[in-house]
Design a protein around this ligand. Structure first.
Ligand code: NAD
Length: 481
């Protein structure tokens, strides 16, 4: 589990968690009384820190799994800043009272919703986008007026140490603290009675988190993973589809929750699509002709365990009859796995059973959309569904018939970059929504308020005793209102 290069950051010691939690609980009462102003100040300070530490963020990610600096800019820093700007732009509106219409039966009363902070929240982050997936929920938590403890992944120690430094430099630990550590530390944290837990990670650990949350009836947001399919029909623009699929699979070396996991292609266009994908891989990652392993634009697998897992899947697929149509080269010393396409993987091979989370793309063909739909729906609900088609009827059919957390038509990945689109899973791929207003609401209790006028109100006509007159009034109520 060693990072590729020794971490330049020293790991902080685990603080007394009970004490830290109590401090945050006490401070959260003060935060509750704040309006949008002080929250915006905190968010701006965080934004400035990100801006000033761009190089340090790039270095930490490079250290952990040789993530190219440009990719860190595009997939860690830019989405964090986008979320921040969007939140700052809408914060006043989100924190103000939201009036609702009053039905005739309650005439004279007024109703509104007012978001209040949940209190002290736990944010558990994974290793694959270790910076963005800690910062993004933190932005929502702060916007909603909460205190937060962040538990970064132990698999990316350089980023974890950097996040600790960020918290020390930007925040009072009574408001935001980072607690580094492995699952033992996570288990201790999960014993505390948090007001909300925002977890991003695997479905297996998601279940552990939900069980622990149940103990305190703590609300949860679970941002999980799974197998996200790509469907390419016979009308798709294949060159465009190939570029977007290779890009979506190639960033972070396939270690992306919404990466295209497997591809279902209409049998009539499998060969030309494959040829286009081959050309794109060469253009993106082998422009010099020296091999993808020499590319500065392609990351490594995060650690030995995951390298062996993905390399094992490749071997298993071949043993189950799949053929390697592209790539296939692996190098354990570098934890490098080439972008690899596998044709005709058996349904019971590991690449078709487990979330791949690496640069392997199994391809199966279909004849009818119903076949493709049945294949996807035979698995747990995906986090993302990708549809490549120029036929509107096919688009409608697939979007209507395949349940998924989110979807993109003629694109991959970018559904999560749209700040107005709530992001999250369905069933096995997660519970709840993140980003923008949805993220703000995840960390808020939407208090519903009804304000009645004093004195005579319509509803008093139904008070006891239930005389014949009251009964007539009730009959009228049931009939007309
Ligand atoms: P993981 O579930 O192994 O770890 C996530 C966090 O849980 C880490 O902080 C880790 O320390 C902690 N943890 C691990 N084991 C634990 C245990 N037994 N008890 C308590 N805490 C524990 O996930 P990962 O390997 O870091 O990330 C990969 C997974 O995350 C994939 O399934 C991927 O699809 C998913 N993911 C989802 C999203 C999303 O937004 N939906 C984003 C990124 C990753």
């Amino acid at each position: 589990m060693e990072p590729l290069v020794a971490s330049p950051y020293s790991s902080s010691e685990t603080p007394d968690l009970q004490q830290l939690f109590k401090r945050q609980q006490a401070r959260s009462e003060a935060l509750r009384r704040e309006d949008a102003g002080p929250r915006a100040v905190r968010l701006r300070k965080l934004g400035e820190w990100i801006e000033q530490n761009r190089t340090a963020i790039q270095e930490a990610l490079y250290t952990d799994f040789r993530k190219p600096a440009t990719e860190t800019d595009v997939t860690e820093i830019w989405p964090s800043q986008t979320e921040l700007k969007h939140t700052l732009k809408h914060l006043k509106q989100w924190t103000s009272i939201q009036p609702v219409d009053t039905p005739l039966a309650l005439m004279g009363a007024r109703g509104w919703k007012q978001a209040e902070p949940k209190g002290v929240c736990l944010i558990m982050a994974p290793w694959n986008y270790p910076f963005y997936l800690a910062i993004d929920p933190l932005i929502s938590a702060l916007a909603a007026g909460n205190c937060a403890i962040i538990k970064p992944s132990e698999m990316t120690p350089s980023v974890a140490a950097l996040l600790s430094r960020m918290a020390r430099e930007v925040f009072d630990p009574a408001e935001v603290a980072v607690v580094e550590g492995d699952k033992e530390v996570a288990t201790k944290l999960l014993k505390l009675p948090f007001d909300h837990i925002f977890f991003t990670g695997s479905p297996q650990v998601g279940k552990i988190v939900m069980r622990a949350a149940a103990e305190h009836l703590t609300s949860v947001t679970l941002e999980l993973g799974g197998k996200s399919p790509v469907i390419v029909d016979e009308t798709a623009d294949l060159r465009d589809a190939a570029e977007k699929i290779v890009w979506g699979k190639g960033i972070n070396a396939g270690q992306t929750c919404v990466a295209p996991d497997y591809l279902l292609v209409h049998e009539a266009v499998q060969e030309p699509l494959l040829a286009e994908m081959q050309a794109v891989v060469q253009r993106f990652y082998n422009a010099t002709g020296q091999g993808v392993a020499t590319s500065d634009s392609f990351a490594r697998i995060v650690n030995q365990h995951h390298f062996e897992r993905v390399a094992g899947m490749l071997e298993d697929a071949q043993q189950h009859g799949a053929t390697v149509a592209m790539g296939g080269h692996v190098d354990a010393r570098q934890r490098f796995i080439e972008p690899t396409v596998l044709l005709n993987p058996a349904a019971d091979s590991r690449v078709m059973q487990e979330e791949i989370f690496g640069p392997l793309l199994p391809i199966r063909t279909f004849r009818t959309l119903m076949q493709a739909t049945d294949e996807v729906n035979s698995r747990p609900r995906p986090l993302a569904l990708y549809v490549f088609t120029q036929n509107k009827e096919n688009q409608r059919y697939l979007l209507r018939n395949i349940p998924a957390g989110g979807a993109a038509v003629n694109e991959t990945i970018l559904q999560l970059a749209h700040p107005e689109l709530p992001f999250g899973g369905a069933g096995n791929s997660g519970i709840g929504r993140a980003h923008g207003y949805a993220g703000f609401l995840a960390f808020s209790n939407e208090k519903s308020v009804l304000k009645q006028r004093t004195g005579l109100t319509g509803i008093k006509s139904f008070y006891p005793p239930y005389t014949p007159k009251v009964q007539r009034m009730v009959g009228w109520l049931l009939r007309w209102l």
